[in-house]
Design a protein around this ligand. Sequence first.
Ligand SMILES: Cc1ncc(COP(=O)(O)O)c(C=O)c1O
Length: 379
Amino acid sequence: MFDRIIEFIRSIYAGKDYIPLHEPRFDQKEKEYVNAAIDSTFVSYVGEYVNRFEDMVCDITGSNFAVATVNGTSALHTALLIVGVQPGDEVISQPCSFVATANAISYCGARPLFLDVNKDTLGLDPEALEYFFTRYCSVRGQTCYNNQTGRRIAACVPMHTFGHPCRIDSLAKICKRYQVPLIEDAAESLGSFYKKQHTGTFGVFGVFSFNGNKTVTCGGGGILVTNDEKLAKAAKHLTTTAKVSHAYEYIHDAIGYNYRLPNINAALACAQLEKLEYFIKKKRELAETYAEFFDAEGIPFIREPKHALSNYWLNAIILPDRKTRNSFLEASNRAGVMTRPVWKLLNKLEIYKDCQIGLLQNAEWLEDRVVNIPSSVVV
Ligand SMILES: Cc1ncc(COP(=O)(O)O)c(C=O)c1O
């Protein structure tokens, strides 16, 4: 069975010795825009491309405001700070995610609290969230408290895993009822929609990553989106060292961050964003090709959830158990076809092992079985 899968993947990426999980695709446009940024001498935080990048992301997502940052992690950190996450608070998230989701919470001095995911979306399960709130929390005034720890639940950060939207409308409704600000970790889901609404636009903030492994990249980069002008201004201020606008004086009215995306990276981002639609078309075609093959093999292939339109950032299959998963990972990587298991659950990392968790049945089940397979755009 493994040989047939490896052979099939090799046939898709014919001519390549080593097949990575996800590689970027550049052409003349990227060179043209990066050269233009160099020629303009505006290579740092000020420049035409940073603003253009923000406008383009507003257009794509339907958000009113966007603030570009050096990466997705800093965008998450900023969003959490702006909604008021403070040391000693707790922030609900999912154990099935890249470590940056939990790290951004820790940067605020808060503790992540991990609840289960749905098996079909791999994202935070609304039922697990509702259960946790009703069983363990109470709202006093405008604030939600965890009755077990006495701590404030300061935010909820679900994630759209591999680009597949989670049940974000239900999560948004529940969070609203419990007065908990919703921040979407949409790092992986640029171009993905839930019920025709772009991911990242259901809560107070949505955050995207433009890391080299993402659907579109600018080397390193991130952006946060919001419909609230005041919050957008606060985010821009905090990410630009909290410098007060002045012709020549250095006045900083808070301890801000040097998180603004350089114009030279934004130039790359603009060129890439022009191809987002094309990339997603190709990625969806690839997913269909995989789906047909794995259907015939009797191996579950993770498809976009109901009501969702996914960018299929990373394709994934579900193997029968951990042993089979490990054997496949061994065989495929040995054969030069890069595959990877879904992340080790965050609550199992030494750094997060003491965090509160809900029942994590689905997350545990997925951790044993899910494997990502090569997903680069094929032209
Ligand atoms: C789910 C998730 N959250 C956050 C990030 C952080 O983004 P970045 O690497 O741009 O800091 C990433 C990707 O890298 C991610 O996959």
